[in-house]
Design a protein around this ligand. Structure first.
Ligand code: SF4
Length: 366
């Protein structure tokens, strides 16, 4: 049987949302305007973690629209994804990695999403012909891993996920597969209730090639009995789970919160992998970005409370020129290093720019 996600698991409109949190008529009108531009989707499970009486609840900030979404500063394609697209739904920015946009849907629509331009909306950026993507990967022998993302590929039917993986099987130069998914955080039962999916992932990981899930916990309160259960099932299926956190104003921009998140992730078997600087995305930038100087202070203070294992993450910026690690500040300069670079000559390059107090992105410094 193909696993189906019960449509009753979601809150899909402001009208629905009113059953869970109180909105005054002005707020309601504003949020209804926003949902026409960027749809709302919250799982009832995730809503149960939100304090309905606290309008500043950090979990609420991530899923309930905010009036600042009317702010149009920034760009919808900060990381230059259009120029890295080689065939519909396939991006190739760094030699070793092909990125597949498998869907425009997610279990919940994060208000801070950097792919806001198409999440929950009609899009021609999504994979339509898997055979074209497969042919591209076959021809490019330098690709040793595929990142299947979206949207969230784990909202797809189990049969589709199996089909994706089976089609990748014969490509000998692939060493491992990654899925980018927030399902363990926002809809964990989609994982622990689908024995068929878990069984298949176990077989594939054991007999074909290693699968990784890169998940997206942003706050310690997202680690619950249910999310732990989903993580445990994935681990039992032989999957390695890494976490990418986005540093978000009003959510996790405090060293104690970040330290607690990293410690708790390690305690459930999830590896802290990246803390990302929030990108200057239209309708996101204004309310979520934390200045780099402050971000560094938070990250370094958090690290003081962490052991080596919990502080293995890198604080990075996914810039259009590459993945830039934010290293530190000394004598009015801020120091960076290219962890990955689009121009191979920049790989590993160490550089500095003059510090500006409120700069939130590399382009605001140079
Ligand atoms: S789950 Fe990922 S892709 Fe989907 S809205 Fe959230 S951040 Fe964006």
């Amino acid at each position: 049987m193909v696993h189906q996600i019960d449509p009753k698991s979601f809150i899909n409109s402001i009208e629905d949302l009113k059953k869970y949190i109180k909105l005054n008529p002005r707020e309601e009108k504003t949020l209804k305007e926003i949902e026409k531009i960027h749809p709302i989707r919250i799982t009832k499970y995730y809503m149960s973690l939100i304090n309905p009486k606290d309008s500043k609840d950090p979990l609420r900030q991530m899923v309930v629209p905010n009036v600042d979404e009317f702010d149009l500063s920034g760009s919808y394609d900060v990381s230059g994804e259009a120029e890295n697209t080689k065939t519909t739904g396939l991006q190739h920015k760094y030699p070793e990695t092909a990125l597949i946009l498998a869907t425009n849907r997610c279990a919940a629509y994060c208000r801070h999403c950097f792919r806001k331009r198409f999440i929950g909306l009609p899009s021609n950026e999504i994979l339509s012909r898997f055979d074209l993507a497969i042919n591209y990967i076959k021809k490019h022998k330098e690709i040793d891993n595929v990142l299947i993302t979206g949207g969230d590929p784990l909202v797809l039917k189990t049969e589709i996920i199996k089909n994706f993986l089976n089609k990748l099987t014969p490509i000998g130069h692939l060493k491992y597969i990654r899925f980018g998914s927030r399902v363990p955080v926002v809809l964990p039962r989609r994982i622990y209730e689908d024995k068929k999916l878990l069984h298949f992932l176990h077989d594939y990981s054991k007999n074909v090639r290693q699968i990784y899930i890169v998940t997206h916990f942003n706050h310690p309160r997202e680690i619950t009995k249910e999310s732990k259960r989903a993580i445990q099932c994935l681990k039992e299926a032989g999957i390695i789970i890494n976490n990418q956190t986005v540093l978000l104003r009003g959510v996790n921009d405090a060293s104690e919160t970040l330290a607690k998140l990293m410690k708790n992730l390690v305690s459930i078997g999830v590896n802290p992998y990246y803390v990302f600087q929030c990108r200057p995305v239209k309708r996101v930038k204004k309310h979520f970005q934390v200045p780099l100087q402050k971000g560094l202070r938070i990250v370094e203070e958090a690290k003081k409370h962490l052991d080596g294992h919990s502080k293995r993450f890198k604080y990075c910026m996914s810039h259009k020129t590459g993945k830039v690690e934010i290293l530190g500040i000394l004598n009015k300069y801020i120091y960076f290093k290219y962890n990955e670079a689009k121009n191979l000559n920049n790989k590993g390059k160490f550089f500095r720019t003059k510090l500006k107090k409120n700069a939130c992105w590399l382009d605001e410094l140079t």
